[in-house]
Design a protein around this ligand. Structure first.
Ligand SMILES: [Zn+2]
Length: 136
């Protein structure tokens, strides 16, 4: 296992790419490999970073698992937030309708009372309808 620094050319003559291993044995350890490794390139491979100590091989994968679990929690929370935002949007629309109803309801009630009193005017004892002014 050799250790190189900087730019490296692979067996194909291309510039090798620097990648990062996320295996349990080499978590976060960088290596150079052929750009076309999985697409017909050469098998060039060389570590950039020195071998990892045993403690790093134990600690880093555990931390990565925790990070991934937290990312899943965050994604689930984002979905919950999206659902809540949709619900809030619906409630705001309902609230606007209710506010309009509260504003117009007294007007509608007053008009209904006026029509009702005009249609069903009751005569006062003196024989003049209470709402004679509306019937004239
Ligand atoms: Zn190559």
């Amino acid at each position: 296992m050799s250790h190189t620094m900087g730019l490296v050319d692979c067996y194909c003559g291309r510039r090798a790419v620097l990648r990062t291993s996320w295996t349990d044995d080499n978590p976060g350890r960088r290596f150079h490999a052929c750009l076309q490794y999985s697409g017909g390139g050469c098998s060039f491979f060389d570590w950039e970073d020195p071998p990892m100590c045993r403690r790093s091989r134990v600690i880093i994968p555990g931390l990565l698992r925790k990070i991934n679990a937290l990312k899943e929690d965050v994604n689930a929370l984002k979905e919950d937030v999206n659902a809540l935002e949709e619900e809030v949007g619906g409630l705001r629309r309902t609230n606007r309708r209710l506010v309009k109803l509260v504003v117009y309801l007294p007007v509608i009630f007053a008009v209904a009372c006026w029509i009702w009193s005009a249609l069903f005017a009751v005569e006062k004892p003196n024989g003049v309808p209470r709402n004679a002014y509306m019937l004239a």
